[in-house]
Design a protein around this ligand. Sequence first.
Ligand code: RB5
Length: 148
Amino acid sequence: MAVGCDHAGRDHKELFMQHIEAMGYKVLDMGVAPDVERANYPEVAIKVARLIQAGEAKFGILICGTGVGMAMVANRFRGVRAANCPTELVAVMARGHNDANILTLGQRTIGPRLALSILDAFLSTNFEGGRHQERINLFEGIYGTEKL
Ligand code: RB5
């Protein structure tokens, strides 16, 4: 699992890394380190998105202040489906219906307990396939040459 954050998501990233390592996942930490005072979220999101694209990680987690910027950047990459999930229900739907492979979250908008609960919901839900795959197929092919 690939994880990344900017300066606004450092605490949640540390918490998430402990949590997912305890669950037995191998963690690819794309930064930033806890002592980094300012970071650009696009630089981190690009690193995590590329790992997903390359098949080096099945899932990614990206944390910034709101989760919004991370999702915007990650979704520019072909094959990446990043979902900003503020509730467990959104995380379940993002996995079950949208086959999201990156969870984005806001540390400034979601407290640590809820954040961990959202992460668990995301990781424990399987994609349902079927009509949902057909719907994904309707947009996965339309990126053209501009898609990274
Ligand atoms: C950083 O101040 C903040 O803009 C960033 O973490 C994020 O919320 C962007 O979407």
